[in-house]
Design a protein around this ligand. Structure first.
Ligand code: AHM
Ligand code: MG
Length: 332
C-alpha cells in the first residue's frame, strides 16, 4: 500500500501555496478537525444517546426546530475556536448574533470563521448524511481589538479558505485555500485525516439535478423549462437526467462535485429570498465550486460577489457543473 499523506503533512508540503501563514492554517484546521471528531462520535452513536438524538425543543434564529445535535455541534466548534487562539470571533447559523472572543490571545488573532455547524440536520434522526460547512476570512478590524460585525459581513470573494466536513458513509474533510480543492478521509482506526481526493475537479457537465421538486409549481418559467430539459431526451445525453435530492445541501453538493450535477434552490413564496444562508452555506460552497471548475450563482449574479448586509441573509442558489448552471440560468 502506498504511503498515505496525512492532513498535517499535506499542509506542510504545500505551504508555499497558501496565501497566509501555514501555522495559522494548521491551527485553524486543527481546531476544525478536533470539533469535527467530537461531532462525528456523537453522530456515530446518535441512536444510543438520549442527549444526542431528537429535537432540542426550541427554534433557532431562522425559526427552525433546533435538533440536539445542532446545538452540540455548535458548542463543539465554538469551544474549539475559543481554545485554539487563532480566531477572534465567529458567526454561526444557530446563533442570533456573532461572538467576539474576549481573551487577549483571541483578540490578537487574525481570522473569523462563519459556519453552519450541522447542515441537513432534519436528516439526523433518519441516519442520512449531514455536514459542517465553514468559511474563513481575514479580519477587517484592527488586531488586538474585539471582532466586529464588519468582520463577519464580507463578500464571499474575500474568503481565504472554506470547506466542509461530510459525515457520510465515511467522514471527509474537503477544503480550499484558493488554490484548488482537496479532500481528506478520516481513518477511524488512527483517528487521522488522510488525502484521498487530490485536486478535485467538478465535471463541466453532468446528468444529475438536485432540486426540491415539491416546490415545482412555485418555480419561475425559466427554471421549469430547464427542469423539463433535464427530464427530456433532447439534453446532451439523449436521455433524461437523474433527479437526486438528499435534502442535505452539503451531501448533494459533494456528490455533484464528484459526479457532475447541479443543485438549485431558487426563491419561492415560502422562502422569498431563497432558503439557504449566504454566509454559512452559499459562500463557502461557492468558493469550493469555483476552485473545482464549477459555478455558483443566485440565478442572476455570482454568489461570491454579493455584498452581505446581515448575518443570516438568505440567497437563491444555483451551484454545480459550470455548463449546467449556465444552462439553468438561460445563458446558453
Ligand atoms: P439546515 O442548515 O437547517 O439543515 O437547512 C438547510 C437545508 C439544506 O441542507 C437542504 O438542501 C435544504 O435545507 C432542504 O430544504 P427543503 O427541505 O426545503 O428542500
Ligand atoms: Mg444548513
Amino acid at each position: 500500500m502506498p504511503k498515505l499523506t496525512s492532513l498535517k503533512e499535506f499542509i506542510t508540503e504545500n505551504q508555499k501555496d497558501f496565501n497566509y501563514s501555514t501555522s495559522d492554517l494548521s491551527c485553524l484546521l486543527r481546531d476544525i478537525v478536533l470539533a469535527a471528531k467530537v461531532v462525528n462520535q456523537d453522530i456515530q452513536r446518535a441512536g444510543l444517546l438520549d442527549h444526542v438524538l431528537g429535537a432540542q425543543g426550541v427554534e433557532n434564529i431562522q425559526g427552525e426546530a433546533q435538533q440536539k445535535l445542532d446545538v452540540l455541534a455548535d458548542q463543539a466548534f465554538i469551544k474549539s475556536f475559543l481554545e485554539g487562539g487563532v480566531v477572534c470571533g465567529i458567526a454561526s447559523e444557530e446563533n442570533e448574533d456573532f461572538l467576539a472572543f474576549d481573551a487577549t490571545s483571541s483578540q490578537a488573532a487574525n481570522y473569523v470563521v462563519l459556519f453552519d455547524p450541522l447542515d441537513g440536520s432534519s436528516n439526523i434522526d433518519v441516519n442520512v448524511s449531514v455536514g459542517t460547512i465553514f468559511s474563513i476570512y481575514r479580519r477587517i478590524s484592527p488586531v488586538g481589538t474585539k471582532a466586529t460585525l464588519e468582520d463577519m459581513l464580507q463578500a464571499g470573494n474575500k474568503q481565504v479558505a472554506a470547506g466542509y466536513v461530510l459525515f457520510g458513509s465515511s467522514t471527509m474533510l474537503v477544503y480550499t485555500t484558493g488554490n484548488g480543492v482537496n479532500g481528506f478521509t478520516l481513518d477511524p482506526i488512527s483517528g487521522e485525516f488522510f488525502l484521498s481526493h487530490a485536486n478535485m475537479q467538478m465535471p463541466l457537465n453532468g446528468r444529475l439535478y438536485s432540486v426540491n421538486e415539491g416546490n415545482l409549481n412555485d418555480f419561475d418559467p425559466q427554471l421549469r423549462a430547464y427542469l423539463a430539459y433535464c427530464q427530456s431526451d433532447v439534453n446532451q445525453t439523449g436521455k433524461p437526467y437523474s433527479g437526486r435530492y438528499i435534502g442535505s445541501l452539503v451531501a448533494d453538493f459533494h456528490r455533484n462535485l464528484i459526479k457532475g450535477g447541479v443543485y438549485i434552490y431558487p426563491a419561492v413564496p415560502s422562502a422569498p429570498k431563497g432558503r439557504l444562508r449566504l454566509l454559512y452555506e452559499c459562500n463557502p460552497l461557492a468558493f469550493i465550486a469555483e476552485q473545482a471548475g464549477g459555478l455558483a450563482t443566485d440565478g442572476n449574479q455570482r454568489i461570491l460577489d454579493i455584498e452581505p448586509t446581515e448575518l443570516h441573509q438568505r440567497a437563491a442558489l444555483y451551484i454545480g457543473s459550470k455548463e449546467m448552471v449556465e444552462k439553468a440560468m438561460g445563458l446558453v
